[in-house]
Write a protein that binds this ligand. Structure first.
Ligand code: NAP
Length: 248
């Protein structure tokens, strides 16, 4: 089977680590990003150094039109995807629900939920064995917040990730017979830019203090789990929501 991966939000953070690991495992990689072309091109270079093809493609996944363009570019230059990692996501400014702004609420769901659905839909059309595809794997990056709820700061975000967990379970049942596996990784806190960009740079250090393993996750920890779920070693895993939170 050809190995072509689309990683949304693959320019930096968990997505970049996943893109580079996918390249090490022989995938040609389509690295989607929203605005940071420099980081996305750096990630594409790191992938090419592994001897595979890589492209950086700008697309706001909150737009179904842009997602269709992303998948078309991937198909034209790399071939149809056999792996989709729904990784791009936003937290939005920390807020109680009482003080939550419409704009944060809408953007969180447009990116984290609608974006994941747009990408899954575009991937299934191309992966489905009923449509002449080769089958494939979809992996959604969820969050431990989906089960903890994140009161007082990120209930809107936590609930958007719970939607992704439910999508994982239902979609796995819907598309198993089409040759497609669907799984999710519920990541605990990971030391990436997302915290700094949302105005909470000290969060990873604070969480580490109460973490059973004495640290938060690295980007690599999450990437390894994603690529295991993508591999043939996990061929019986579908509808699985894998909690990877260092015991939290
Ligand atoms: P990050 O470092 O902030 O990276 C986010 C990536 O998503 C960037 O490449 C960004 O593109 C891209 N992106 C954001 N909005 C987008 C959009 N509308 N369309 C396309 N791309 C978009 O974040 P991260 O920490 O790696 O998070 C990745 C995923 O893991 C998210 O779904 C997040 O919710 C989840 N997660 C993170 C943690 C954590 O503690 N870090 C914990 C649990 C789950 P640009 O570079 O162009 O801005």
């Amino acid at each position: 089977m050809a190995k072509v991966a689309i990683i949304t939000g693959g320019g930096r953070g968990i997505g970049a680590a996943t893109a580079i690991l996918a390249a090490k495992k022989g995938y040609d990689v389509c690295i989607n990003y929203a605005s940071d072309v420099g980081r996305a091109e750096e990630t594409a270079i790191a992938c090419r150094e592994q001897g595979v093809l890589a492209q950086a493609v700008r697309a706001d996944i909150a737009s179904s039109l842009a997602v269709e363009g992303l998948f078309q570019r991937c198909c034209e230059e790399l071939g149809p995807p056999t792996l989709l990692v729904n990784n791009a996501g936003v937290i939005g400014k920390a807020s109680t629900v009482q003080d939550l702004s419409d704009s944060v609420l809408h953007r969180t769901y447009e990116v984290n939920v609608y974006g994941a659905f747009y990408c899954a839909r575009a991937a299934i059309k191309r992966m489905s064995k009923e449509n002449g595809g080769e089958g494939g794997v979809i992996i959604n990056i969820s969050s431990l917040a989906a089960t903890l709820g994140s009161p007082g700061e990120y209930v809107h975000y936590a609930a958007s990730k719970a939607a992704i967990d439910t999508m994982t379970v239902g979609l796995a049942k819907e598309v198993g017979s089409l040759g497609i596996r669907v799984n999710a990784v519920q990541a605990g806190t990971v030391d990436t830019d997302i915290h700094r960009l949302e105005g909470n740079p000290e969060r990873p250090a604070m969480v580490a203090k109460s973490a059973p393993l004495g640290r938060v996750a690295t980007r690599q920890d999450i990437a390894e789990a994603v690529m295991w779920l993508a591999s043939d070693s996990a061929s019986y895993a579908t509808g699985t929501v894998l909690r990877l939170s260092g015991g939290l």
